[in-house]
Ligand binder design. Structure first.
Ligand SMILES: CC(C)(COP(=O)(O)OP(=O)(O)OC[C@H]1O[C@@H](n2cnc3c(N)ncnc32)[C@H](O)[C@@H]1OP(=O)(O)O)[C@@H](O)C(=O)NCCC(=O)NCCS
Length: 167
């Protein structure tokens, strides 16, 4: 299955990605809201300022944001590392409906793990998902994350994960 995603690549978030990211979030708003909290109208209304704020955080080194692109440069999803501290960061991702179920998230997470170690010098990643997000739990399991324990996300039960990046 991963072979089908050979053309996938990550691109570090830039200012000129704004239009593509906004279009992606609009197109997938209802789809994402089925499994993660909706971003809310304010996100879309204030998108330009938020995009600039993300880039400022990235420049400060506390986050690393990436687009997941296919071989022709179409935006398939996003994979992000936030709260960089003490050599660790929290992983987050979302793959658009058009590309669902083709191993894109799995390939993107494996690639960001490689980049986190080799490019950003991180030694571990953490992640969290709600317990009813079977696809996300499958992605984390298949990419080498292990369960740390239970948590609460919003008002829903969730699971905490961790993956070392050495070796
Ligand atoms: C979760 C998400 C990233 C998965 O993306 P994806 O590219 O479809 O993931 P992959 O194809 O790499 O792998 C998904 C796996 O979950 C499985 N899966 C998908 N839906 C499932 C479901 N409802 N129940 C059980 N397993 C499911 C798939 O079968 C696949 O496993 P398999 O290849 O062994 O069959 C995507 O659905 C998404 O962005 N959802 C909305 C946002 C979100 O939930 N983000 C994560 C927050 S923690």
């Amino acid at each position: 299955m991963l072979a089908r995603m050979t053309g996938m690549r990550l691109e570090r978030l830039r200012a000129d990605h704004a239009d593509a990211v906004l279009a992606f979030e609009r197109a997938n708003r209802e789809y994402f809201a089925r499994s993660v909290p909706d971003r809310g109208d304010a996100y879309f209304a204030g998108f330009a300022a938020r995009h600039a704020a993300l880039l400022a955080e990235q420049d400060a080194g506390t986050c690393h944001f990436h687009l997941v692109l296919d071989g022709s440069g179409a935006l398939l999803g996003r994979v992000n590392l936030v709260d960089v501290e003490h050599g660790e960061a929290e992983l987050g991702y979302r793959i658009g409906e058009r590309a669902a179920g083709r191993g894109v998230a799995t390939a993107a997470v494996l690639e960001v793990c490689r980049l986190a170690a080799a490019g950003y010098g991180l030694s571990a990643l953490t992640a969290r998902t709600t317990s009813d997000n079977a696809a996300s739990m499958a992605v984390l399991r298949r990419t080498g994350f292990t369960v740390l324990g239970e948590t609460v996300i919003g008002d829903r039960p969730g699971v905490r994960y961790r993956r070392g990046l050495t070796g």
